[in-house]
Write a protein that binds this ligand. Structure first.
Ligand SMILES: Nc1ncnc2c1ncn2[C@@H]1O[C@H](COP(=O)(O)OP(=O)(O)O)[C@@H](O)[C@H]1O
Ligand SMILES: [Mg+2]
Length: 255
């Protein structure tokens, strides 16, 4: 039996109050099992970033709760980390310093932090770039730093918000598979991944399970297991069948 690591229970979120209230997320519930690559796809503006921030404990829902390893969470916890679309690096810190930030609250010696930070940079192929500042790095390298910062703390749950959307196609494709390998080959102790993206092909390429959100007020309009073997080839009929289903879901929501 697959073990549940995360459950999202009846999450709703509105911005504004009274007459200005706009409901973005409407009663979203799902759960994620260990060793699952779980993805959420939906149109721009449907609340994907909002939802993943709520899961990370960075934002409170209007109602509903997030249960992680059997406990309700309402603030960020040490073994959940996040990869952001825009890398979220501090420009005045080096690659290594950016990565080590994720260890600051862990009460480690600085030697230990450096050792772990260097190992994480090596894991993402950034050997020799530890002293570089973000401005000196390409988009792909910046996101490698983002990945290193996310994995350096050995998280059990890795959250990703459009992690490849700011990269050019070839860089995105390469990094996608590297991240997939890191988590799926169990090289890292990551127990589950939750990714949000508006990129249907990317979602189908990587995910074991997919849910589809509508436009706001966003609800889950479809969910599916994807059992195709990895690595997945975008040209294959069984791959296209899954993308077609998701496009149909998304267009059905257009008025
Ligand atoms: N802090 C905020 N205050 C008011 N509206 C917001 C805020 N953050 C996001 N929104 C609105 O909520 C909707 C969902 O945003 P977001 O979660 O960023 O969507 P997505 O990531 O799917 O593109 C958008 O219409 C956005 O304008
Ligand atoms: Mg977003």
């Amino acid at each position: 039996m697959a073990k549940k690591i995360l459950s999202v229970e009846s999450i709703s979120l509105s911005y504004g109050q009274g007459k200005q209230e706009v409901r973005i997320l409407d009663d979203i519930s799902f759960s994620v099992n260990e060793y699952e690559f779980f993805s959420i796809v939906g149109p721009s503006g449907c609340g994907k970033s909002t939802l993943i921030r709520i899961i990370a404990g960075l934002q409170s829902p209007t109602s509903g709760k997030i249960v992680y390893k059997g406990r309700e969470i309402a603030s960020p916890t040490g073994d959940i980390s996040m990869i952001f679309q825009n890398f979220a690096l501090f420009p005045w810190k080096t690659a290594l310093e950016n990565v080590m930030l994720a260890l600051e609250s862990k009460g480690m010696s600085s030697e230990e932090m450096v050792k772990r930070g260097m190992a994480a940079l090596k894991e993402v192929d950034l050997n020799g770039f530890e002293s570089a500042y973000p401005a000196e790095l390409s988009g792909g390298m910046k996101q490698r730093v983002g990945v290193a910062r996310a994995i350096v703390s050995d998280p059990d749950l890795l959250l990703m918000d459009e992690p490849f959307s700011s990269l050019d196609d070839l860089t995105a494709e390469q990094l996608r598979w590297e991240v997939h390998k890191l988590v799926k080959d169990k090289k890292m102790p990551v127990k589950a991944v939750v990714m949000v993206s508006h990129n249907v092909e990317e979602i189908v390429e990587l995910s074991d399970r997919i849910i589809v959100l509508s436009r706001p007020p966003s609800r889950i309009i479809d969910s599916m297991d994807v059992k195709l073997p990895y690595p997945r080839s975008r040209g294959r009929r069984d791959f296209l069948n899954v993308t077609a289903r998701i496009y149909k879901d998304l267009y059905a929501g257009e008025k």
